[in-house]
Design a protein around this ligand. Sequence first.
Ligand SMILES: O=P(O)(O)OC[C@H]1O[C@H](O[C@H]2O[C@H](CO)[C@@H](O)[C@H](O)[C@H]2O)[C@H](O)[C@@H](O)[C@@H]1O
Length: 934
Amino acid sequence: MSTFVASLFLPYTVDFHDEPEAPTRSNPQRMHSRAASATDMKTLATSAASLFSGPPPPPKTPAEEKKDDFFSQLQNDPRIKPSDPRSLARTEAAPPEWGAAGQFLNQPKSTAGPLPSGSILDYVKSEKKDPELLAKYTAQRKRRPTVGTSRRGSNERNFARKTWTVEPAIQGNGGLINAIRAHDALRSDEDFQKIWVGTLGFPTDALLDSKKEEISDKLANEYDAVTVFPSDRDVDGHYTHYCKTILWPVFHYQIPDHPKSKAYEDHSWEFYRNVNQNFADKIIANYKRGDVIWVHDYHLLLVPGMIRKRLPDAQIGFFLHAAFPSSEVFRCLSTRTELLEGMLGANLVAFQTKEYAHHFLQTCSRLLTVEATPEGVQLEERFVNVSHEPIGVDPEGMAKAREEPEVQEWIKIIQERYKGKHLIVARDKLDNVRGVRQKLLAFELFLNKYPQWRQNVVLLQVATSTTENSELLATVSDINTRIDSVHSTLAHQPLVFLKQDISFSQYVALLTVADVMMITSLREGMNLTAHEFILCQDGATTEKKFGPLILSEFTGSASVFGGNEISVNPWDYQKCAEAIKLALEMSPEEKERRYTKLSSVVHKQTGDYWTTRLCDSLDKASKEQFSRDAMSIPRLSVSALAQKYKDAERRVFILDYEGTLATYGTDKDVVLTSPQRVLDTLNELLSDKRNIVYVMSGRTPEELQRLFRQVPNLGVIAENGCFLREWGAAEDDWTAFADVEASAAWKKDVKSIFQYYAERVEGSWIEERHCSLVFHYEKAVDPDAARAQAGDCANHINDSCQSYRVQAIPTSKAVYVESLDWSKGSAATNIFDKLRENNIEGKGRSPPDFLLVAGNDREDETIFQWANNLSEQGKVANVTTVSVGKRNTQAMTTITQGTTGLISALQKLSNYSYESAPEGSGGRRPSVLLTTGS
Ligand SMILES: O=P(O)(O)OC[C@H]1O[C@H](O[C@H]2O[C@H](CO)[C@@H](O)[C@H](O)[C@H]2O)[C@H](O)[C@@H](O)[C@@H]1O
């Protein structure tokens, strides 16, 4: 059994070489010659020029010359350069733009080319069906030199001759890679034979099929990796456009709102789907029964749904590494429904934090109008578990990395460079969501407010930049210049702004030497830099630092550190400035107290722990779902039931009405009627004195009283458990469990919300019951709009009526608002308590030894659960729970022939009643069936 770990990029990539003998990373000769290559020299020059953004530098003093010397050493190839591609990967890396890794590795260029002018949507359509448009765009493409076949051809010839080596990926989620590897290394888990699934992280159109095969064979055989080869054009549209300009900003609360992005959204969605389909196809082609599939992050949201369509029984988990926004933000995505449905193809959808999981549940309930419980989402025929599990880092891997001589050297260099200064460090991608601008503003305020610190503190901000965000760059450059001009002196520069990444050894050294770390992301899934900072501060390789961590409350990491970080709202510059002061002036005792707690979290919630917990949760969820899946629940065996029936002394029936005994009733203006066959069947059952029969429904006591007037002695549970009429009681002898008068307060508030939506949904109406309210929209003129409004309505009520013990449940036809305290299960408990005490005078002696509960809907699950428990605890000898239909359920058995199937089964039982009635038992067949008029 294997576990597929699918994420956009594999942990590996490929470097091509002209030499016949492929050198490796451990070959210093080659690394040296590459460092001197023209491309690298150019990169180096550009990097050096952009080291400090701001005005042109003045002539250098000797001190500055020395400083430049230090920084020029930082101008290294920022990639980790291990000799083994399987060693520790960089978390929160900032790789070059897709297709631009050629500055580090020898890889083909993209053949995607620019998109044609004119209507992008037409362009996409043309690819599919419209022959005229297809001809038009084919001609356009031929005219475009950058996408010509000649370039592709020469590329192909070029790369066909080259040798290649497997290298650690430049792209990819380092946190994920480290977590999976740590799990692999620490456990000899038979069930965890991982297989990576992903792309190589560079354009591959230019490779011949034979070359692709060669590469994918090697990766499969030696690196447990399945390679996906989407077209360059698809990856470009998927990653550069849809992921980066639509999903990433929206998931981090930045709604792109300019015409260009809308166009991107329209066309790049097609490419997003294509790449997701490539992944799904690859996984399906390699899947074997029993395998587990884990799909990672926002690049692959559609993959679970695509796999589910073809492999209905597969065990699929989905983990979102990024943040998941509130439903208010998510609803702005035009493809929101497809994205949610894609994710819901999984058995388990997991997030970094409880908050993101909650947002997802709320978004599903609101936009898909499905019932969301704290455990997950109830779909028509499946339940999808939703949970949260924060990712962690790999302390063992990091410990090894820290021992590297290069790290030790860098520690010395940085210590020497910042001797006598308090060093605040930060490494962020230069992206709006990381809050670098906010951090610099807060730091500027700190310097202005606390002059005593100006000469003693340095903020070293590494700002890794992938795509040029010129607006942000201009803003941070301005702040940088301002700080520089106001606060820098010949001998001291409080802000060092490195607009490029540093090498892994430099990064580790910096985290070790730092006095404080400052992270001010405006929103972020986790932020493993914070965790790695904590690992490096323990004094294992230098003196103990226990440096405080200033951390944005909007990161996932903040949710795991339990307040032992210095938590900040990055928008509150005053507080951020004070946080810097607090961190710098913190007593050693307080630092150690906080550090001990932070460190225990990082060492407990590791990447390995995360992997184990996710695997366990998926296993548990799949098993539970399987046991509830109508397909795997046995059919009701009427003959076995009849045998139990015959053997029983005292039988109890609790039967749901609409959808179970009879088809669903009509709406408000038609009086609910019951088919004669149902009434006759109930009367037949009741005619046997050994039988106690209850019908349960969400309808009001009045409606049910009228409906079952012709069935004397029938027990009735009304309004889903808020009212009870005991078996054998007088027609109007109702017990109210819920406080009807107290309901008036919440009903007033809920009704006004319902009215608001009813005015907006033509054809909808509000039904008032004693203890519940229903917003019906099954007859709405515009069903899609009504569904959306119903979702909003349920959400609105659940948000604003939290002080009442009620909940709004959206279904495909109506929104129900009901008490949280009463259910069919609670009514059944009451019935049984009384029966078992045998305190219904003269109506039976022995306790029940046969129980049949039949239902079909979500409200019936509480009573199934209750009955199953009675069976497990051996309190009733023979318990049968049966669900009518295909819904996934906790019932022990199902009947797929609908209400008629159940009625036939009940009729068969009452026939046995007649046949099996022992002398004097009271069982009898009625000589005349009670006939009822409606
Ligand atoms: O830039 P991308 O290729 O689209 O990838 C997005 C980021 O993915 C990784 O970060 C995410 O996962 C981390 C670990 O779970 C989490 O801490 C972070 O908040 C997530 O956004 C990767 O580490 C980043 O470099 C990528 O930018």
